[in-house]
Design a protein. Structure first.
Length: 140
């Protein structure tokens, strides 16, 4: 499986577990294990560089357990084979998105006229609210 130009992961690095789906499916759902969980050992993968492993571990930390196993679950379809294909496709897409380089943020500044407009509007709002208050009554 090609993730990008540099990274290719073999099928032998993926493991699958099957369980009963919680989706609708009539009696079928009670007797067939159609839910697929794809497991990928990020920490011990020979296909990934240390930098790639670190990127995946930080960006996908909610999907990775303490042992470094990435989990992708699919239970969309009624058939195990279809769910397996969907899980593999989602896994590839996840890694592609995760391994894309992050664009550096360009620093921007608010223009001076925009700052002045903002402050002018704030003063105007403040004056309106001040005028709404009841005047103080002086007891002499």
């Amino acid at each position: 499986m090609n993730i990008n130009d540099e990274i290719s992961i073999g099928e032998d690095e993926l493991s699958f577990t099957f369980s009963r789906s919680s989706k609708p499916g009539g009696q079928n759902v009670n007797k067939i294990s159609s839910r697929v969980t794809l497991l990928f050992d990020v920490a011990n993968s020979p296909s990934l560089s240390e930098q790639n492993k670190h990127q995946i571990m930080t960006r996908l930390k909610t999907r990775i357990n303490k042992e470094g196993m990435l989990r992708v679950v699919s239970q969309r379809h009624r058939h195990q084979a279809a769910n397996r294909e969907v899980a593999v496709e989602r896994f590839i897409e996840l890694l592609r998105e995760t391994l894309k380089p992050v664009k550096a943020r360009k620093k921007t500044r608010i223009s001076l006229p925009a700052q002045k407009r903002r402050l002018k509007e704030k003063k105007h709002r403040s004056r309106l609210k001040q005028e709404r208050t009841k005047p103080a009554v002086w007891d002499e």
